[in-house]
Write a protein that binds this ligand. Structure first.
Ligand code: ADP
Length: 623
């Protein structure tokens, strides 16, 4: 299959636009668009509701006020844990770092309460420099079935907490996340193992997709704000111990929920204005695992393939269809680009939004723009063709009608009246000259058509430029004399040898010379010159005539074009001569240069190949 140059350019442009879209979507700007789209889809899509397995023991503002702030928490916490243990929860995760000693009596009370708590997970966190863990006091730690880290992973671009690292390590000391440990213990106690593979973690048969290479990050499927995880405030529980029933069979997350008392909070896809506190984030991570509502990232190869497919589809649309059809199809493809990430999101697959959408939009602009340009260009060409056709009709009707009318009128006169011999002869002569003029016109018209269609066989002969010019001057002298114009041949060395069709060349030069005379006022001068430079002959005709501006110069080689000044000069013309001259020069592998200024004059120069000079050529012949 041969691909045309035009379609190769078209597809290359589309490929380039695709590359631009890919590069853009790999920047942080693209990543942020993906983040925003992710949050937006999160808010837009209402997942089917589920019964929560977790509950918060909320250390809220009133509780803190009632028990003397964070330092006074250990005693009420110990009392609350005792109440909760009695209600047989599945697991209790305490999101407080119990790392320092306080009142010995209170610490002992808390130790006892922790001891009485089944499946207890205590919180630990990395020291700020990440070198080691800040663990609970050994006396508390000894009561826990597990330790879990309490780090979330705010996005580095916008600090929104979308994911949670299921593992964290300080040097070689690795800890699982608090939520993961809570889940493990809730599945059957400390005996349940976490089995690792490069792609996921297996906890008692539940596979949690989180690759080792990706730092075991897990996207949190937050519960919608309208359906939060149930909570009982610490103060409410202590005031009304019967509320402990609510903890029965649940996985309890105990932690500070007052945003004024803790810095442990993050914005989430749901709450970009009011942040969510750490303990609630951990409970949400637990729910994600417990319900198996994992959001997995689509592989980049799938995103790439899908985006490439969109670009190809748009490319084909604009190369195969035009108008409304193309617009309709393109709109459909764009819609697919926008909707697919959402549709996949509802299936819990996270697909890039920026890559397909920016690829599709850029491809649309490129393909649409390119086709628009091509269509415009072909429209302009057909308009130009129509213009030329109109000019031809104008030429035939206007220019040919004048001699035709003269012929008709004269012949009628001769037929109708018995004219004296003298008069008859005069009229016959008129008919003769007018019909010859008509013939010349037709001949000229046809020759320019034939020349431009390449139907004329060029003769190949050598002739001297100087001789050709002198011949033309002789023929043009009567015209020049009528206007008292002096023709001066400034330089015409005899050694400039041209090769080609002498007759056509003579026609071209004669045309330039007679134009110079025609378009010059009386008593001026026309200067001719021929020089040879770098294997080319420069044959010029310079006048002191009406001249042209740059715009006009650009048009004079078009068929039938005449400048306003030329028309006003009263000189007869058809506007065909120069187009023939140009064709002749082009057929001889030459070019034609024009310098002109309105009111000052013009210089036409034919530049023709002249690789050998006359004497050399003669010598070559003789030897
Ligand atoms: P014609 O002379 O029959 O009009 P040409 O094709 O020979 O047609 O020339 C086209 C137009 O170019 C002329 O009508 C005139 O406007 C312009 N032109 C050509 N030669 C000259 C010149 N030497 N000086 C000024 N205008 C010129």
């Amino acid at each position: 299959m041969r691909i045309s140059r035009q379609s190769a350019i078209y597809w290359a442009l589309l490929a380039a636009s695709f590359a631009v879209a890919l590069t853009a979507s790999w920047t942080s700007f693209g990543a942020q668009i993906d983040n925003d789209a992710y949050d937006w889809m999160f808010r837009l899509y209402q997942p089917p509701t589920w019964t929560t397995q977790s509950i918060l023991l909320a250390i809220d503002e009133p509780s803190l006020n009632a028990y003397g702030g964070v330092p006074g928490l250990r005693k009420p916490l110990a009392d609350a844990l005792r109440l909760i243990s009695a209600a047989s929860p599945r697991t209790v995760a305490v999101d407080l770092i119990l790392a320092d000693n306080t009142d010995p009596a209170i610490d002992a009370r808390l130790e006892d309460a922790l001891h009485a708590t089944r499946n207890l997970v205590l919180a630990c966190q990395l020291l700020p420099d990440g070198s080691a863990w800040e663990d609970p006091l050994p006396r508390f730690r000894a009561q826990a079935a597990a330790l879990g880290h309490v780090h979330a992973e705010p996005d580095e671009l916008d600090s929104v907490g979308r994911s949670l690292p299921l593992e964290k390590a300080a040097n070689r000391d690795r800890r699982w996340a608090l939520s993961l440990e809570a889940y493990r213990l809730s599945r059957g106690g400390p005996g349940v193992q976490i089995v690792e593979s490069p792609a996921d973690l297996d906890v008692g048969g539940r596979l949690i997709p989180s690759t080792r290479a990706g730092g075991r990050l897990m996207r949190i499927r937050y519960r919608p704000l309208s359906m939060p995880i149930p909570r009982v405030s610490l103060q409410a529980l202590l005031n009304d111990p019967r509320r402990a029933r609510e903890f029965s069979g649940k996985v309890v997350f105990a932690g500070v929920t007052s945003q004024t008392a803790t810095k442990d909070w993050l914005f989430t896809p749901y709450s970009t204005r009011t942040p969510m506190v750490g303990v609630e984030i951990h409970a949400n991570a637990f729910e994600t695992i417990a319900q198996g509502l994992f959001l997995t990232d689509a592989p980049s190869s799938a995103v790439l393939a899908f985006s490439a497919l969109l670009v190809v589809a748009l490319g084909l649309t604009y190369s195969r269809f035009t108008g409304r059809r193309a617009i309709g199809l393109a709109a459909g493809i764009l819609a697919i680009a926008h909707v697919t990430p959402y549709w996949l999101f509802t299936d819990r697959v996270v697909f890039s939004f920026c890559t397909p959408v920016s690829s599709a939009w850029l491809a649309l602009i490129t393909a649409g723009g390119y086709q628009l340009l091509v269509v415009r260009r072909s429209l302009r060409k057909s308009e130009a063709d129509r213009d030329r056709y109109r000019q031809t009709i104008h030429f035939v009707t206007h220019e040919m009608r004048t001699p035709l009318t003269a012929i008709q009128g004269s012949s009628e006169l001769m037929g109708r009246y018995a004219l004296p011999e003298e008069k008859r002869k005069q009229i016959a002569e008129l008919i003769n000259t007018e019909s010859k003029r008509l013939g010349r016109m037709i001949e000229m018209f046809l020759s320019v058509e034939r020349l431009s269609a390449g139907q004329v066989e060029l003769k190949k002969e050598s002739f001297c430029a100087g001789e050709l010019m002198a011949g033309c001057v002789t023929r043009a002298l009567p015209l020049a004399e009528r206007k008292q114009i002096r023709i001066l041949t400034e330089a015409a060395p005899a050694d400039i040898l041209l090769t080609g069709d002498r007759e056509l060349m003579e026609y071209a030069f004669y045309n330039l010379l007679t134009n110079a005379i025609k378009y010059s006022p009386p008593r001026t001068q026309v200067t001719l010159a021929a020089v040879r430079k770098h294997d080319h002959a420069y044959i010029s005709v310079e006048d002191q005539g009406i001249g042209m501006d740059q715009k006009e110069v650009k048009k004079i080689f078009q068929k039938f074009y005449r400048t306003k000044r030329a028309e006003q000069s009263g000189e007869a013309g058809t506007g065909i001569g120069l187009s023939i001259v140009e064709q002749i020069v082009m057929q001889h592998s030459g070019t034609i240069e024009v310098m002109s200024r309105p009111g000052e004059g013009s210089r036409f120069t034919m530049v023709l190949p002249a690789p050998v000079s006359a004497p050399l050529a003669r010598e070559a012949k003789e030897s």
